[in-house]
Write a protein that binds this ligand. Structure first.
Ligand code: PNS
Length: 164
């Protein structure tokens, strides 16, 4: 039976931290689905199709990776896909409480899969999509945090956004 894992997130946008996690996870499963959540309680900087396009371009060389988006609950999506695991990254101790709460809530709803946490590489432990978006708004250098493709799209998007 195919071992499928889901890596869910907002990916708004994908960063070197996410990519590090993807690269370390992909060999562990027959298929890794990177799943962009559509209904998180956050206003998106990028639209979901824009996020998907960037992830697809960046993971083009990987046969075992597929890129998708989902509406509704993660537990339902995982069940639909027949996945055995959900993968999440832990950057710092501060991530733990929220991740623990989400994983346990999800387990109450569906205990047929495991949530696996991987520690982000220390070089990326401080990177977050939110900080990257803040930096770009103020013209900060983000080349250490996101691939050139994402940097380019962030700059384009930032320039085209209406200012208050
Ligand atoms: O990248 P993020 O924003 O930390 O990802 C959070 C995400 C998308 C994994 C989480 O919000 C989620 O699973 N959303 C789908 C809706 C859902 O199942 N919510 C209940 C979580 S306990």
């Amino acid at each position: 039976m195919k071992r499928i894992a889901v890596y869910p997130g907002s990916f708004d946008p994908i960063t070197f931290g996410h990519i590090d996690l993807i690269e370390r996870t992909v060999g562990m499963f027959d298929e890794l689905i990177i799943a962009v959540a559509r209904n998180v309680q956050k206003t998106g900087f990028f639209t979901v199709p824009e996020r998907l396009e960037m992830i697809e371009e960046l993971t083009e060389g990987y046969e075992d990776i597929s890129v998708d988006s989902f509406d509704g609950l993660l537990v339902d999506y995982v069940r639909d896909k027949g996945a055995c695991c959900v993968v999440r990254g832990l950057r710092a101790f501060s991530d733990f409480e929220h991740e623990f709460q989400m994983a346990l809530t999800n387990r109450k709803l569906n205990d047929e899969y495991e949530t696996i946490f991987l520690m982000t590489h220390e070089s990326y432990s401080f990177i977050s999509s939110s900080l990257v978006k803040e930096l770009i708004e103020f013209g900060g250098d983000i080349s250490a945090f996101v691939p050139p493709l994402v940097e380019e799209r962030l700059k384009e998007k930032s320039l085209s956004r209406p200012r208050e």
